[in-house]
Design a protein around this ligand. Structure first.
Ligand SMILES: *Cc1c(COP(=O)(O)O)cnc(C)c1O
Length: 346
């Protein structure tokens, strides 16, 4: 099977498995796991933040960050296809007691001029804005990347109004590879950032939340409250360290593969896709004109050995990662062309 469903499907590398077997561990709830402590220290250094916290999932990381930056009864502004809105079981409401104020966008990328009119002050009728959340890269937007200028403008504007900014940077290292800048430069203006070790970086599990030390200390308690206090978690952190130090240097290979795949797919009759818009490892394309629904096309592809998920009725999302080669991307394009061509004959 050529698996382009997500970059979460990668298996740990032999090097990760070795590091996991040999990891020095302790009880992390006591703060005594040296490998977790090292991972948290490295994550803080690499993001340029004071401190970082190892969490089991990105969803828990976002949940903790939103809680740290808001109070019950506030609003969180984000784009209308944000992961925190669509895929996190309403944790913003459930755990933080906040409403989401969603802004529709073309490609998931917000501008300050869209956000500013929706920032609400304390007022007898309004839920005041507590935080702004930006997703970088934007998953459903097709792996799109915020410019450094846009992040700075949003953060400066928000901070002037006393509003905090969280970056859902599940794939922020892909953004860094696309812009060819250190991740530190991307996240410098925001208050907190969450990133996943388990996505493109290839670790079997785990995400990090980074930010000011006082917030991360509080975050440690919220993690425990959510059931995320793990014991000898160094076994996982050991793989996370390899993901963080080594996998991130090869992400541009995934981006080149995604662009190559997109160029092939764009030539298929009935597919709508502009390969020039593919900036990272995610390719979203419209198959509405093929006469197939995304579910039907996924089934046809699976019969032919290729896994690609649909988004809604008429779109597909393919994600490249270190477990798919250039040759497999070429094979996936051919398979897709064949699966779509059959429709005309039927
Ligand atoms: C995957 C993802 C998350 C959450 O990560 P989990 O580890 O699956 O909980 C958050 N945000 C974005 C943009 C993601 O793609």
């Amino acid at each position: 099977m050529i698996d382009l469903r997500s970059d979460t499907v990668t298996k740990p590398t032999p090097e990760m498995r070795r590091a996991m077997a040999e990891a020095e561990v302790g009880d992390d709830v006591y703060g005594e796991d040296p490998t977790v402590n090292l991972l948290e220290q490295r994550a803080a250094e690499i993001t340029g933040k004071e401190a970082a916290l190892f969490v089991p999932t990105g969803t828990m990381g976002n949940t903790i960050a939103v809680k740290l930056l808001t109070e019950h009864g506030q609003e969180v502004i984000c784009d209308s296809r944000a992961h925190i809105l669509d895929y996190e079981l309403s944790m913003t409401a459930w755990f933080s007691g906040c409403l989401i104020r969603a802004i529709p966008t073309e490609d998931g990328i917000l501008e300050w001029s869209q956000i500013r009119p929706l920032v609400k002050p304390v007022h007898p009728h309004y839920a005041p804005t507590g935080a702004i959340e930006i997703e970088n890269t934007h998953n459903m937007g097709g792996g799109t990347v915020y410019s450094l200028a846009a992040i700075r403008e949003i953060s400066n504007g928000a901070h002037e109004l006393g509003v905090k900014v969280h970056m859902d940077g599940a794939r922020v290292f892909n953004a860094a590879a696309a812009l060819r800048v250190p991740v530190e430069d991307i996240v410098a203006p925001v208050d907190t950032v969450m990133f996943c070790l388990s996505k493109a970086l290839g670790a079997p599990a785990g995400s990090m939340v980074a930010g000011p030390a006082a917030l991360i200390d509080k975050g440690r308690l919220l993690r425990k409250r959510l059931g995320g206090g793990m014991r000898q978690a160094g076994v996982l952190a050991a793989a996370g360290l390899i993901a963080l130090e080594e996998t991130r240097t090869r992400l541009s290979e995934d981006h080149a593969n995604a662009r190559f795949f997109a160029e092939g797919v764009a030539r298929i009759h009935g597919v709508e896709l502009d390969p020039r818009k593919v900036a990272t490892n995610i390719v979203v394309f419209d198959i509405g004109a093929t006469g197939l629904t995304s579910g039907e096309l996924s089934r046809r592809l699976k019969q032919r050995g290729v896994l690609i998920n649909g988004i809604g009725h008429s779109h597909m999302r393919a994600v490249t990662h270190y477990d798919v080669t250039r040759a497999e991307c070429a094979q996936a394009v051919e398979t897709l062309a064949e699966a779509v061509a059959r429709v005309a004959i039927n």
